[in-house]
Design a protein around this ligand. Structure first.
Ligand code: 5GP
Ligand code: ZN
Length: 147
């Protein structure tokens, strides 16, 4: 185990060294309640194997995390908790709001008037030109070849 893993809160939860309210577990992932929920039932799904960010996560495990997220979203809607909708949220990198550097997918139950909102920057709403979109799409397609 690396130093990073030893000091990782979520690795400690996986190892049973820190308590958690577990919702689901298998050999690859574990899902548990967030200790500071946006709304009751707010769940986090993590890979059991430490990966600090998406670039270092096996895409197969990423797929598994999303698959479990789909099921937990459906479960929340029939759980009796207030849940008329769901947001899936993943902060990848500190600049994106990631505080715990072990990949985790937030499953956030939503209901009308809950007050949760995402604030966008001043650039939001600007329509890029077709050539800008084409250039950006080409850059991403090209980069995908080396991922
Ligand atoms: P981030 O900002 O990195 O996307 O989200 C980290 C989340 O982990 C936060 O919502 C925070 O409340 C949650 N969290 C931090 N420490 C613990 C912990 O020890 N146990 C649990 N269950 N959740 C935690
Ligand atoms: Zn970890």
């Amino acid at each position: 185990m690396t130093q990073e893993e030893k000091s990782c809160i979520f690795c400690k939860i996986v190892a049973g060294k820190l308590p958690s309210y577990t919702v689901y577990e298998d050999n690859q992932v574990v899902a548990f309640l967030d200790i500071k929920p946006i709304n009751p039932g707010h769940t986090l799904i993590i890979p059991k194997e430490h990966a600090p960010n998406l670039a270092e996560l096996d895409p197969e495990i990423g797929g598994k995390i999303f698959k479990v997220g789909v099921k937990i979203s459906a479960a929340l809607r029939r759980s009796g908790l207030r849940c008329d909708g769901v947001n899936l949220w993943l902060a990848d990198g500190k600049v994106a709001g990631q505080e715990v550097l072990h990949v985790h997918l937030h499953i956030v139950p939503r209901f009308r008037g809950d007050g949760f909102r995402i604030q966008v920057g001043p650039e939001y709403g600007r329509s890029p030109t077709g050539s800008e979109l084409a250039t950006n799409a080409a850059s991403i397609s090209q980069a995908l070849k080396s991922v």
